[in-house]
Design a protein. Sequence first.
Length: 156
Amino acid sequence: MNAVLDGRLAELSPIWNMRAGPWAAREVRAVAEPVVLHFDGPLKPWKRFIGGGRLFRHRAAYRAYDAFLDQSPWAGWLREQWNGADLRANLAFEMKHWTGWTAGGTSPLEERRLRREHGVAYRDFCLTHPFADIEQGIVSRAGGRVRLAGKPGEVT
């Protein structure tokens, strides 16, 4: 592919493959309406509690996935996918997370500040970068949100 493109690159907006990590930031959710929300790694919206993951880290995705399933033949399925063992593992991770910083790790408040800074930078990137799909009118920045252009009832 590199030989064919020969340095010519057309970058698409992240709504086509929005990673869950950046989308977890309030600042990013405020500006991006993803077409595909990609959950890479062990954290998945169908695993509400998981050891090694922050408690309710992806709660917006969990709610969106739950609402989607409620309109399908699998309504209620998501709420059946977690149990007490999952919750216990998650709470144990939370305890280590909140106490581990006293042994020289990054404090949870500092982690939160860094995540917010990253979210602000990612938001600004989404709102200013010259993505090819925006230049072609496939995606718009209407109303300060990066989304598919021409949604029904929307003026772009």
